[in-house]
Ligand binder design. Structure first.
Ligand SMILES: CC(C)(COP(=O)(O)OP(=O)(O)OC[C@H]1O[C@@H](n2cnc3c(N)ncnc32)[C@H](O)[C@@H]1OP(=O)(O)O)[C@@H](O)C(=O)NCCC(=O)NCCS
Length: 188
């Protein structure tokens, strides 16, 4: 028989759901006239922080960011909205899922720019990882996001183990075979 957890230290996802909308001004653009990826990353970090800190009730730091694929360029003059919610909680860390959209106010065209997942860690007054409240899931979407985040965490742990064991021969000549078919050449 499973016992119900004491949820007095739990918070619902809705408690910390956060949306930030920002106008893309000319100083955010690159030489090609599109918005710098770094501007979007900075905004994502900001919304992740707000969402994480609200849930944690504490100061938080960014521990890691899952792959960020920029699916569509963002233009100067567009509105970018970043919607963040807590997808998963561990003991002292939580995962914030962020969906980014851009909107042309004249044409009403809305583009999905990217989705990413930020792992944030709560810190106490001594700068040590602090326990965060559990998560109250209230619908199937929130359950799906929680389970997907848990799976991504497992995959990431396995990926790290594999990457840490990538073998590169000590002798540089033996590396040539690994370069075969690649657009790189070893010049000795
Ligand atoms: C992230 C950081 C807090 C982890 O500290 P630590 O002493 O290694 O803490 P722990 O090993 O006890 O891990 C604490 C939690 O963070 C998680 N964590 C640590 N590194 C992680 C990583 N790279 N990716 C995902 N989660 C991570 C752990 O899984 C653990 O989660 P849990 O308590 O929910 O199980 C620490 O490395 C740090 O402060 N990094 C700098 C953060 C920073 O400056 N960010 C940019 C500016 S905000």
């Amino acid at each position: 028989m499973t016992t119900s957890p004491d949820i007095s230290f739990y918070k619902p996802v809705s408690f910390s759901e956060t949306t930030i909308t920002e106008l893309m001004i000319p100083s955010y653009s690159n030489f090609g006239g599109k918005i710098h990826g770094g501007i979007l990353l900075s905004l994502m970090d900001k919304v992740a922080y707000v969402c994480a800190a609200k849930h944690a009730g504490n100061y938080c730091v960014t521990a890691s960011i899952d792959t960020v694929d920029f699916l569509q360029p963002v233009e100067v003059g567009e509105l970018v909205s970043l919607m963040a919610s807590v997808n998963y909680v561990g003991n002292t860390s939580l995962v914030v899922g962020i969906r980014v959209i851009s909107e042309n106010v004249k044409t009403n065209v809305v583009n999905h720019t990217n989705t990413s997942y930020f792992t944030m860690v709560a810190k106490d007054d001594d700068n040590k990882p602090a326990q965060i409240p559990g998560l109250i899931l209230e619908n199937r979407t929130q359950v799906r996001r929680f389970i997907e985040a848990k799976r991504r965490k497992e995959i990431k742990q396995n990926y790290k183990k594999e990457v840490d064991h990538v073998a590169v021969p000590d002798e540089i000549e033996e590396c040539e075979v690994l370069l075969s078919g690649e657009r790189a050449v070893l010049v000795k």
